[in-house]
Design a protein around this ligand. Structure first.
Ligand code: SF4
Length: 369
């Protein structure tokens, strides 16, 4: 298993079994209608026609040939979906609460924090920022190291991930507060730990950073109509680009917002037939995890997604190998590919000791008599 020490982007893609993976980080998690239709067309012409939703609310093109990387960068630039440099892209690791409104605190913070990024110290590549400043936090389970949130009184805090409380700040001094917390992380040797929450297991934050708790986390959106449009789910976070383009056209959506939960919010969308997408909150596919598996990932020796579809139930994770990319957390039932068969882990991570080994798909699909 190869552990990758950086977050892939468009400028610095990652090689996979089916070509380059190019990650696109849309600003505010939003693509307008022309951008999403253009990206769907690009995925079909230059990739393998699949777009993935990531757990940090980004989009991934898969299957891009190395020799076409520059042409795809140029097309992304024309669509307004490319940062100016690889450095800018790497630093702009920001996830925002998807229910923002134009001109609200979330969008204003987003714009001011962008200006602060060049002044941030060098941080480990996986570190990121959550602007979770709706009335209640929604992104508490989404990977981030610096969390902007509101308190129950509605005031703004910046909280280090792993701490129960944050420092009260204002929108005006938010950039300075972010830079100060990042500088503390570096000065206290946080880079050795790599992530804020891991660092706080051995290092105590100065008291000024632990003043106020955030408001209680709210329920995330689910498939169906919402104030800004309509929410659809993507099984395993993977979408056929032609099906997504058809959904945008048929629903007359004016824009798409990506969420960290394998859900898309289509702005001003009409209800329409969406066979390739999840439309019901009760659909077990929404709660079943599976990475691309073989042959898409070079580390996998087994199929993952057709087995996961057949066995779909909440708490099931089918992983192509012990790395567990789709759900690097414990699950009720985890099937882990190894040497062309599956190991079964119960109530554990993909890398934990299995209860059974060497199972075939037939074993797993055959009901016990
Ligand atoms: S968990 Fe899946 S996607 Fe991740 S490295 Fe293993 S096979 Fe590949």
């Amino acid at each position: 298993m190869t552990v990758k020490g950086w977050c892939p982007g468009a400028w610095r893609p990652m090689m996979s079994g089916d070509g380059l993976i190019m990650r696109i980080r849309p600003r505010l998690g939003r693509l307008d209608r022309a951008q999403i239709l253009g990206l769907c067309a690009l995925s079909q012409s230059e990739g393998n026609g699949i777009l993935d939703l990531t757990s940090r609310a980004n989009l991934q093109m898969r299957g891009v040939q190395e020799s076409r990387h520059e042409q795809v960068l140029s097309a992304l630039f024309d669509l307004g979906l490319l940062d100016g440099t690889a450095e800018e892209e790497a630093r702009r690791n920001i996830v925002v609460t998807p229910s923002w409104e134009t001109g609200d605190l979330t969008t204003r913070l987003h714009d001011t924090l962008l200006c602060a990024l060049p002044e941030m110290p060098d941080l480990p590549a996986k570190m990121g920022i959550a602007i979770d400043t709706g009335p209640n936090p929604l992104l508490s389970d989404t990977s981030a190291d610096f969390r902007f949130e509101r308190t129950t009184a509605g005031t703004l805090i910046l909280r280090a991930d792993g701490a129960d409380k944050g420092k009260e700040i204002t929108a005006a001094n938010a950039p300075a507060a972010l830079i100060a917390l990042a500088n503390w992380f570096v000065a206290s040797d946080g880079r050795t730990a790599g992530r804020m929450s891991k660092h706080l297991k051995t290092t105590t934050l100065p008291p000024e950073w632990t003043q106020q708790p955030p408001a209680a986390t709210a329920l995330r959106v689910s498939p169906g109509p919402v104030g800004q449009g309509h929410v659809y789910g993507a099984p395993f976070g993977s979408m056929d680009a032609s099906a997504l383009a058809a959904l945008i056209q048929d629903s007359q959506a004016t824009a798409l917002r990506v969420t960290p939960w394998r859900l898309l919010l289509l702005e001003n969308a009409q209800h329409c037939d969406a066979r390739d997408f999840i439309t019901q909150a009760s659909d077990p596919l929404l709660y079943t995890h599976a990475c691309p598996g073989a042959p898409a990932c070079a580390s996998a020796t087994v199929d993952t997604r057709s087995l996961a579809r057949a066995l779909a139930k909440p708490g099931l994770h089918v992983s192509g190998c012990a790395k567990g990319c789709a759900h690097p957390r414990p699950a009720t039932t985890t099937l882990v590919g190894r040497d062309g068969a599956y190991d079964l882990v119960e109530n554990g991570h993909p890398w934990d000791a299995p209860r059974a080994t060497g199972l075939t798909a037939t074993d797993l699909l055959t009901p016990a008599s």
